[in-house]
Each structure stands twice: as C-alpha cells, then as structure tokens.
Design a protein around this ligand. Structure first.
Ligand code: PLP
Length: 381
C-alpha cells in the first residue's frame, strides 16, 4: 500500500555527516547519540547503518529500552547510557550491556551489587558536573568516586565525562572554555592517581563544531549527525547535509470564496476567491499546531502557506486563486526539498519558537520511517 505521510531518512547522509565529525575529531573516537529514536530518525536503522559503515565507535542512549532494542537488533557497538539508572532498572541495563553513567556514591554501590549478583564487571563512565548542573559529581569529588570504582572488582572505570550547556553559542565560548579546562584538570588528576582511563569526553555537536577538543579521546555529537546545527554558531566549521525529508499527500482540493473561513476556530478568512488544498498531516503526526497560519508546504517546488489551524490529522494550504495544477494524491513536502525549494528543520523550528532537536523528536510513531541508502538494502517500518 502506498503511504500517505512518511519520513524518508537518508542513511548515507548520516554517514557523510559522521565523516565530517570524524574529520573535526581527528584521532578521537566518535560516539553518536541515538537516544529518542535517533532524534526521531529511527533508532535501530540508524544504529545498524552506522555500525555497518564503521562510521562511529560508540552509541549513546538514555533509556534501558533503547539499549535493549539495539541489542535485540543485533547491534554490538558499545553503548553509553547517558542517564542515571535507578536501582530497580540496573538488572535490565546490565542485561543490555550498557556502560553506566554514575555521579555519586550510592549509584556506584548499587551498580556494584547488581553487577556482582549477575557475575559481570560493569563499565562505568564517571560524570563530572562542570556547569550544566543537571547530573554528575562535583569536580572535587571526582577522585574519591574514581577510587571507589577502580577498587571495586565488579566495576571498571571506562570513562570520565562532562556536558556543555552553551558550546553552541558564541556568547558561551568563555564559559565552555572554562568548563573544558576544569574538566581536563579533573580528568588528569584522576588519571594521575588511578591510572589511564580510556574515554575522556565532553564535546556535543556545538563543541565539535567550534571548540578545541583538547586532551579528550572521544566526541559525543547528536544533532549535527542528523544534519542540523545545534545553535546559531557563526563559525560553522562543517557543511552538514540534511538527512530527513517529511512528505504527505494532497487529499482534497476545493475553491473557497472571499469571506469564507477555513478550519477550527475560523482563524483564517479568504480575502479573495482561492483554491484550498487539504494535506494528510496534523499534530497527531507531530506536525505542530504552532505552525497554524504561519508554516508552509511545497508541492512540485511551489510554496503554499498553511491557512487556518493545523488539525490532528489534516492541514489546509492555500493553492492560490488560479485553477490549481496540483491534484489529489500529489506529494506535499513538509520538510526537505521539492525541486529547487527547501524547507529546513531550522525553518520549522524557528516558526515554532523551538530548536531543531524538538522538531524531529516530535514526529510521532504514526509516521512511517523509510530508510534509504546505507550499507544494507533500503528498509521501511
Ligand atoms: C544528547 C546528548 C549529546 C548530544 O548532543 P547534541 O547537542 O545533539 O550534539 C551529548 N552528550 C549527552 C550527555 C547528551 O545527552
């Protein structure tokens, strides 16, 4: 059955963006964040393609089910779980074979007990909070926690890391430099006392693009791999490729007379006789209602404004006063290219007053993802 609404994800574009990351990262390893369904692009398909291409050495997730889904799909790359794992989730997380993020004594003790019960050695990445104030140990606590880990037979200290809240904006450059300096000092101090730790990492996309990565041995990009810039950075050191194209189809076309309103709330009224098309996409698909009366869609390279409110399943666009050439069943592009025209993720994010990350994360499970390119054949689900 032909699809109405779908998100086409170009796995080769992801791998080419990862090649840019690798270039910027030099000899450092690359961990690609695939949390939140790979920012909406399809967790397993993206991870499988990245693994098959050898385009990254690590994957980053947030939840245990994300890690378990990767393992169930046969992915064998190491997985770092970015989030705190609560005591009652440790057994499942160990079964998925993740590397754990810890930032306090209790988490270390609980993980040690769970690993002992399972008869395994758990890999730990010690998170140091250098300014994000989200999760992680105070820098002055890092050495004490590292010692706890390295002296525990059920734990292995695989990494030390931190996170950067303003690496993607020019005004955050100084704060980020201070964070990186504090982090490096802390990581060096730990290693001077407990020995070499293989994975020292801090850089999200913003830092990969615009900061000196110093003595770190791994980078952790997400958004840039999916083709968007993390923020309004001026020194864009990499030309990223768009990855996703979101399309739907025209399902109805009719003429609306001057003075008639369109849609819920009657928020738009035609000022002249015009043709209005109805497109099969709405906020139930994650096409935000914030795009009501301000977004646009493309048909055959032509831009058409959204008129009236975005509904749950349908959205109306103004096709103009002339008898339209567009027909029911035609493709409508919500995001991505249509001939010479393009709607970027950034354009949609700007209209919604949010960031690119949220635009693709919001695309709901109802929208089938079609994966093209990659090492294996195209797959859909
Ligand atoms: C999501 C995440 C990243 C990736 O951030 P981007 O801004 O998408 O590059 C890196 N590190 C951690 C801990 C994260 O949670």
């Amino acid at each position: 059955m032909a699809r109405t609404c779908e998100l086409t994800v170009d796995l080769d574009a992801i791998n080419r963006n990862l090649a840019l990351v690798a270039h910027l990262a030099g000899d450092r390893a690359v961990l690609v964040a695939v949390k939140a369904n790979a920012y909406g692009h399809g967790l397993v398909e993206v991870a499988r393609s990245v693994e098959a291409a050898g385009a990254a050495q690590w994957l980053g997730v947030t939840t245990v089910p994300e890690a378990a889904a990767l393992r169930a799909a046969g992915i064998s790359l190491p997985i770092l779980k970015f989030s705190i794992t609560l005591a009652d989730q440790l057994a499942d997380a160990l079964a998925a074979g993740v590397a754990f993020t810890v930032g306090d004594t209790d988490a270390i003790t609980q993980l040690s007990e769970a690993a002992a019960a399972r008869g395994v050695v758990a890999e730990v990445h010690l998170k140091i909070d250098t300014g994000m104030r989200r999760i992680g140990a105070e820098p002055e606590d890092a050495l004490r926690l590292a010692r706890l880990i390295v002296h525990d037979p059920h734990l292995r200290l695989g990494g030390i890391y931190t996170h950067l809240p303003v690496s993607d904006v020019g005004s955050g450059a100084e704060f980020t430099r201070q964070q990186l300096a504090a982090f490096e000092a802390s990581a060096l101090d730990v290693q001077a006392h407990v020995g070499h730790v293989p994975w020292i990492h801090a850089a999200n996309s913003g830092a990969v693009m615009s900061h000196d990565l110093g003595a770190t041995t791994m980078v952790r990009p997400g958004i840039m791999v999916y083709g968007s810039y993390s923020g309004p950075v001026s020194s864009r050191s990499a030309a990223l490729e768009p990855v996703a194209r979101w399309s739907s189809r025209l399902v109805f076309v009719k003429q609306v007379r001057a003075g008639e309103s369109v849609g819920y709330g009657r928020t738009w009224t035609a000022t002249q006789d015009t043709w209005v098309g109805t497109v099969a996409v709405g906020y139930g698909d994650g096409y935000s209602r914030l795009l009501s009366n301000c977004g646009r869609m493309l048909i055959d390279g032509q831009s058409h404004p959204i008129v009236g409110r975005v509904c749950m399943d349908q959205t109306m666009i103004d096709l103009g006063p002339a008898t339209p050439t567009a027909r029911v069943g035609d493709e409508v592009v919500l995001m991505g290219r249509s001939r010479g025209e393009e709607i970027t993720v950034q354009e949609i994010a700007d209209l919604m007053g949010t960031i690119t990350y949220e635009v693709t994360c919001l695309i709901t499970a109802r929208v089938p993802r079609r994966h093209i390119g990659g090492v294996s054949r195209a797959s859909t689900n």
